[in-house]
Design a protein around this ligand. Structure first.
Ligand SMILES: Cc1cc2nc3c(=O)[nH]c(=O)nc-3n(C[C@H](O)[C@H](O)[C@H](O)COP(=O)(O)OP(=O)(O)OC[C@H]3O[C@@H](n4cnc5c(N)ncnc54)[C@H](O)[C@@H]3O)c2cc1C
Length: 498
């Protein structure tokens, strides 16, 4: 037990309070409960179930982002060279998630069949320049153990055998190319969050309160925060030594309420999403992959079109999108005032600056908002020429709140994920959306390592985390394990047969 733990018997005191029950808080709760099981943890969630905002199965694309197929993770530098550092780092982060799932599954603690399916990840392009880009990307990536199994093809017949809906009704004389990695995944992050929370509920020191909302928070002395929370029983206050704000898009609002100096650098820009969904059995049975295309020139990275096989609630579906839109809400179930209430004197200039500098994004959002069903299906036809509008319906996706950060050069719009920590480690908050849920394990390990919970016993607790994620590997040769060995171990436990 750490000396961080509060020695009093105060029922309204918790060693840690996690706000929100999405994949991020779920992962953090799991890690704390496994390595610091004596800590008294409270998770509060304003809705009546876990994982129903961005983590909800239909609210995200369910891609286990390993950078196998997402072309926006391998940008060109100013000299026109393909940069693969980000892809390597995302691949390793995702493998850390796979390692944790493998360990928990092997120990009989979670059921991977409820949330994980293996499915090939394909990148697909047409046109000479794009084909040349894809080929160079393939050459560079496949030199690394992370992507050694990547295949490249310009053969119409071969691509047709990988993804028949991509070539059906396409002129066979068109120049096309694709890469494929057989070991991709479709993940139901909502089901995964439920698995984590069922597991942590077995720990008598963990309490989860649904329909309970954080209203306000303030630091009351050097070591403690006071949180005002509201539930059906009315408003009450609780105290804690550590707060994690995992409120998804709304995190920015609570980070500002905390008044930590680090919060002053941030603002948020909301982007809503929509999918086309198809349930026609002959089509869902024909398409067995996630196929990512290339975003149109000038459009933002989150607009990369993809045609995905999904499994949700035991049903196989096809999903195409995302189509973007503008809203002032930061979550699907929140207020239209979210954006306005996040504008403060210390971020208004960065926010305006981002508005002026990102005309492309604004134009893109306007054009996306004006689309009707047929024009969305026209977009789909670029990937699946045989698409029939009658087979597809529209469904709202989750909200993304992109980070606006104050820099020396004005406001900067960021498409990644960012952890904000208070300097004393008593509060952490997670901003941003991508690569998001897939890399939650790496992100939450980083959150824990910087938190006050790890303050007194850091190296021992880091070892416990390592043992939790890679039990057999850490027993033999610790950090020198190659990604190749880790993948072999995970494949054998998770049942992937190359
Ligand atoms: C369109 C789209 C596609 C995506 N595709 C992918 C993908 O393919 N792969 C991938 O890895 N990631 C993807 N992501 C990103 C991923 O969905 C997110 O990174 C992830 O779900 C964020 O989890 P979270 O726990 O931070 O937030 P959320 O899941 O939004 O959870 C936040 C929770 O906090 C609760 N809450 C909010 N305010 C309060 C309060 N005051 N008190 C109590 N509770 C509160 C909310 O009700 C909610 O349950 C996608 C996101 C979007 C929007």
């Amino acid at each position: 037990m750490t000396s961080f733990k509060n020695p009093t018997n105060d029922n309204s005191y918790f060693d840690a309070v996690l706000v929100g029950a999405g994949i991020m808080s779920g992962t953090l709760a799991l890690l704390i409960s496994e390595v610091l099981p004596d800590l008294k943890i409270l998770i509060i969630e304003k809705l009546n179930a876990p994982g129903t905002e961005s983590t909800g199965a239909f609210n995200n694309a369910g891609t286990g982002h390993a950078a196998n197929c997402e072309l926006n993770y391998t940008p060109l530098d100013k000299k026109g060279n393909i940069q693969i550092d980000k892809a390597l780092s995302i691949n390793r982060s995702f493998e850390k998630s796979m390692s944790l799932w493998a360990s928990l599954y092997e120990a009989g603690k979670i059921d991977i069949k409820k949330f994980l399916k293996f499915i090939p990840h394909i990148s697909f392009v047409s046109g000479r320049d794009n084909i040349s880009f894809l080929k160079k990307r393939f050459q560079k990536m496949s030199e690394n153990s992370e992507f050694i199994d990547m295949e490249f093809s310009t053969s119409f017949d071969e691509i047709s055998s990988w993804a028949p809906l991509i070539t059906k009704d396409r002129n066979p004389l068109t120049e096309i190319a694709a890469t494929r990695i057989g070991r991709g995944t479709d993940i139901n992050f909502e089901a995964l969050t439920k698995e984590y929370l069922s597991l942590v509920s077995l720990n008598k020191n963990v309490e989860i309160r649904y329909k309970t909302e954080l209203v306000d928070l303030k630091k009351i002395d050097k070591k403690r925060w006071e949180l005002e929370i509201s539930s059906e029983g009315g408003k009450t206050s609780i105290r804690t030594g550590y707060v994690f704000i995992g409120a998804g898009g709304k995190t920015i609002n609570y980070l500002q309420k905390s008044q930590i100096p680090e919060a002053k650098n941030y603002g948020g820009f909301p982007v809503s999403g929509k999918w086309l969904i198809c349930e026609e059995k002959d089509l869902t049975e024909t398409h067995n992959s996630k196929v990512y295309g290339k975003a149109d020139i000038g459009s933002p990275p989150m607009s990369v079109p993809h045609l995905d096989t999904r499994w949700i609630d035991g049903k196989k579906l096809l999903l195409f999108g995302p189509f973007a839109g503008f809203t002032t809400k930061f979550l699907k179930q929140s207020s239209y005032f979210d954006l306005f209430s996040s504008i403060k004197t210390n971020n208004i200039f960065s926010m305006l600056d981002v508005g002026f500098k990102n005309n492309d994004l604004i134009n893109y959002l306007i054009s996306q908002s004006l689309k009707d069903h047929n024009s969305r299906v026209e977009n789909l036809k670029k990937m699946m020429p045989s698409a029939n509008p009658a087979n597809w319906y529209l469904k709202n996706a989750g909200q993304r709140v992109q980070i606006i950060k104050k820099t020396d050069f004005g406001g900067s719009l960021k498409f990644g994920t960012e952890i904000v920590n208070s300097s004393d480690g008593s509060l952490s908050a997670l901003l941003g959306a991508s690569p998001g849920a897939s890399t939650a394990v790496s992100i939450m390990v980083e959150v824990l390592e910087k938190s006050v919970l790890f303050l007194n016993d850091k190296s021992n607790l880091q070892k416990k985390i390592y043992d939790l994620i890679h039990p057999e590997l850490s027993a033999s040769n610790n950090d020198s394990n190659s990604i190749k060995d880790i993948k072999i171990r995970n494949n054998s436990i998770l049942g992937f047969h190359p």
